[in-house]
Write a protein that binds this ligand. Structure first.
Ligand code: ATP
Ligand code: MG
Length: 373
């Protein structure tokens, strides 16, 4: 995990503090597409599992983001985590927590019989998510507290969670803080996630440690290229490395693409600056047929016009009134296209009246490929 030692360290400290019965804030990782949020979230989750925590992984994403789908997923994840941790030495509170997981699972239509306990009828099974979540979290985290461990819920694409579930989760994190339950939400999402959280519940600001996940710094970016190469007995000249790191601007997804290209085209396992130049061309061509079009193709005609108008401003973002002026129309008549692009996660609003691409390099791609007004 190159260049993410601060977040990795913060989570390790959470684990150590929980060991001593001390409370922490949850964590929110936000950043652009392809910057490495999901990889980091998975890494933190494995750390939690290794420390013997109850961990679950949810995704707030589109298609199946309905509350029912997520509740089903939550039940399955809890059953798996509980089975993994179940030992005869676990105390009475653990048995109670298992009963709550079983009754919650039953209420959302997932068979929890494999837990080998009776369901606790009347616990976490009202069908009202806010109540059920809080009861589940209370029972599981109190059981974990007896073991000097915690309960962490990892939520990717958190900006896409539905409102009811989101506010229930934030309320549960709040209750955990007030009552000292070792329960933590570790969320990841687009740069607007922090403002979505405080828009849902104003006190969300105080509940989380907010971390902006940005491009890798040059050292970390170089390491991200050269370390994996080493395991295959290959290496980069320092010119080659500099060239690739510059071209990728530290974005992990682009580094990976260029790294793959150089591997395919270099004649010898010492990668030179010439190889690197060719790899950037080949990598860019590949991005232009996959990564970028997969986003572009999701936009309708009017949304594409909007994106095209935005692309004149590059990566720094645009003013919404300026876009309307450019498209020779009223801002209000662009509201629908803008709302759709926001919902699709292609753009976000960094500030009031401002709009920017969530995909690094998207503006340049549009200028390269689609600037045929
Ligand atoms: N710290 C890192 N070092 C090396 N490679 C990384 C690092 N972080 C991410 N990557 C690579 O970059 C790619 C993108 O990472 P990831 O999918 O986690 O991004 P993301 O922020 O979740 O993007 P999205 O918003 O599209 O979901 C992955 O293929 C991953 O292997
Ligand atoms: Mg991701």
């Amino acid at each position: 995990m190159e260049g993410r030692s601060a977040e990795v360290e913060t989570f390790s400290i959470m684990i150590q503090r929980a060991e001593h019965g001390l409370h922490n804030r949850g964590m929110v990782l936000s950043g652009l597409r392809g910057v490495g949020k999901t990889v980091l979230l998975n890494h933190l989750r494995s750390t939690g599992e290794e420390a013997g925590w109850v961990t679950v992984y949810l995704e707030g994403k589109t298609a199946e983001s309905g509350q029912t789908a997520l509740q089903t997923r939550l039940a399955r994840e809890l059953i798996t985590a509980a089975r993994r941790l179940n030992k005869p030495s676990m105390g009475q509170r653990w048995k109670a927590a298992l009963g709550s997981i079983a009754s919650f699972s039953m209420s959302v239509g997932v068979a929890g019989a494999s837990l080998g306990v009776d369901t606790r009828t009347g616990r976490a099974d009202t069908g009202q998510i806010a109540i059920d979540l809080e009861e589940l979290i209370e029972d599981i985290s109190l059981a974990m507290q007896d073991e000097h461990k915690g309960f962490a819920m990892f939520i990717d694409e958190m900006q896409d969670l539905d409102d009811g579930l989101l506010s229930a989760l934030i309320a549960a994190q709040h209750a955990a803080g007030q009552r000292g339950w070792p329960f933590y939400i570790i969320g990841a999402g687009l740069p607007n996630l922090p403002s979505i959280l405080s828009g849902s519940r104003s006190y969300a600001e105080r509940l989380f440690d907010y971390r902006r996940i940005g491009p890798l710094d040059p050292d970390a970016a170089s390491a991200a290229l050269s370390r994996p190469a080493l395991t295959f007995n290959a290496a980069y000249t320092s010119d080659a490395l500099d060239l690739l790191v510059d071209a990728a601007e530290g974005y992990p997804y682009f580094l990976q693409e260029y790294g793959r290209s150089i591997w395919d085209l270099a004649p010898a396992p010492l990668f030179t600056a010439t190889d690197a130049e060719l790899a950037v061309d080949a990598g860019m061509a590949h991005l232009d047929t996959g990564f970028f079009p997969s986003r572009w193709d999701r936009a309708t005609k009017s949304e594409r016009n909007y994106l095209r108008a935005m692309s004149d401003d590059g990566a720094k973002g645009s003013s919404t009134t300026e876009i309307a002026r450019r498209l020779e129309t009223k801002p209000s008549s662009l509201a629908a296209a803008r709302a759709q692009l926001l919902a699709k996660g292609l753009i976000y609003s960094p500030d009031h009246g401002k709009i920017a691409f969530t995909v690094p390099g998207m503006a340049d791609y549009i200028q390269r490929q689609h600037n045929d007004h």
